[in-house]
Design a binder for this molecule. Structure first.
Ligand code: SF4
Ligand code: SF4
Length: 164
């Protein structure tokens, strides 16, 4: 879909319409937790570390020591994984830090995604109005997030077959 922003597609372009209307598609997460289990990095910013540490009642130093590791590119930190590869904060079928989970987690798959993500993610697509799309994706963002504190979209939750 070259030329269209993520989450948008052409709506039923008719022969008579040379300017097809563009409607947003919102992917409703089904909380299958697949993206919390597949290999990869969940990058965390300084602001996110502060929020996570506060949420867990830890000092930032302790949080960094016990719950993060240096990213593969060595340019920052990511959340630690359990020995089986799933995120350290996955508890059963729930994210145990849901209110303060990193923006990278919140924004997938509506504000960033990788080609073929539907093969791994069970989020259900539905066409919505522009207003609803804005409202829904707004709730994908943490209240304190700022563009500066956002990690770059990255296939940290990339499918196992393509992630190193
Ligand atoms: S922080 Fe929560 S949502 Fe993000 S990968 Fe870990 S368990 Fe999943
Ligand atoms: S893989 Fe998709 S549907 Fe499953 S928890 Fe992640 S975003 Fe939601």
């Amino acid at each position: 879909m070259a030329g269209l922003a993520p989450g948008r597609k052409r709506a039923n372009p008719s022969r008579s319409s040379r300017l097809a209307r563009v409607v947003p598609t919102y992917y409703a997460c089904q909380r299958c937790t697949a993206c919390c289990r597949w290999p990869g990095e969940v990058r965390v910013t300084e602001a996110e570390i502060q929020a996570l540490a506060r949420h867990l009642g830890l000092s930032e130093d302790d949080f960094i020591q016990y719950h993060t590791r240096v990213r593969v590119d060595r340019l920052g930190l990511s959340l630690m994984e359990k020995p089986n590869g799933e995120c350290i904060f996955l508890g059963g079928a729930d994210c145990t830090v849901q209110p303060v989970k990193p923006r990278q987690c919140r924004e997938f798959p509506n504000l960033w995604r990788f080609p073929g993500f539907q093969d791994y993610c069970q989020a259900v697509p539905r066409e919505v109005s522009d207003e609803e799309y804005l409202r829904l994706t707004q709730t994908d963002r943490p209240p304190t997030a700022s563009p500066e504190s956002s990690p770059q979209p990255d296939p940290i939750c990339a499918p196992p077959s393509t992630h190193a």
